[in-house]
Design a protein around this ligand. Sequence first.
Ligand code: S3P
Length: 428
Amino acid sequence: MKLLTAKNGINGELVIPADKSISHRSIMFGAISKGTTIVNNFLKAEDCLSTIAVFKQLGVRITEKNEQIMIEGKGFEGLTAPSSRLDAGNSGTTMRLVLGILAGCPFTSEIAGDASLNRRPMERVMKPLREMGADLQGTAEAEFPPLKVTGNTLHGIEYHMPIASAQVKSAILFAALQAEGTTKIIEKEQSRNHTEEMIKQFGGKIQVEGKEIIVTGPQQLIGQEVTVPGDISSAAFYLVAASILANSEVLLKQVGINPTRTGILDVLMQMGANIEERQLDEQNQAADLIVRSAQLHACEIQGEIIPRLIDELPIIALAATQATGTTIIRDAQELKVKETNRIDATAEELTKMGANIEPTEDGLIIHGPTSLHGATVDSHGDHRIGMMLQIAALLTAEPVELLNPEAVNISYPEFFTDLAKLVQEDPS
Ligand code: S3P
């Protein structure tokens, strides 16, 4: 696919598509609660549709009417054995969180994903769930999907997380809601807290103090109405694009600004970006963001901020190619086990376009500014790599060809058409 260029900058406004993490969880919480859950502004992208398909296979009625998703929740005990293998597609969030739910359901099921997901590590969720009493087995290679789960009686545990991961934390929390006794999780670094927030929203009890989370089970949750804010991980592509392109000003509407997700704003501001927050909607933790062109400078990114911007690191790396000085990203080894190895893919593809970028064991070193040029690049089947490369292409004078562009459908099917609305026609 030939990518857009934008030598006259980008201008205009966009409503950012719904948050992927919250959309997944809205289906899961709806399914395990009693009564009806209504979801407004659900993200109809491939990953979240995988979650809907999995819960339909588990016997949950999920329908759509007037742009709202309705889930007829039956409680954990109302889920039923699927008649065929569950398919999580490309979605790590679906697979890992569903394992926490299936761990306590009294039937056997199998779950698998696409080729990328079947290569991603599952031991990180299998270990704590087994400690809680779950029966989980790899069907082929020990810690990789397809996985077989036989629901068991679960009991609470104390678990010190060896990695910062909201998916692992959430799987344990779903199991803890079904377990007898108290579960205490001690996070390595604080990761996105949507599961904790939604346990409260759905009438459950949870105690959070710093990095310690305590849940006592079993608990019965009650269906709710959920309104999903825009995804800051999708907004990130425009935050960087408008910053690094001259003559740009973009208004991004209804962006989720949960503090466990806003590392991208902190880093861009530290690099000298011009971003303003307006129309704060405190109830939905959302705001409009206005971003204008700016001269960026390098910075160092490491430590506890990493989980707050883990999915934004490829697009931050692109911003760094346009910033003055050397940007160093450390402590981000988790990038190696995302939809693709995002450290290698970012370095490899941006190098093809003329960037000066080195992969390291746990991050990237980027020397800027460099001017980027045309090339044939590859998304590696990873939505966030594909979208980052399209933003890089906006800067080039020559054409850029993207292989495997359909990867963007995982989180943002309208990405190319939305971006085209902001690209200024050349008046000459
Ligand atoms: C997610 C957690 C993060 C993130 C992923 C979505 C979630 O993964 O990268 O895109 O919704 O819980 P990890 O928990 O593996 O860090």
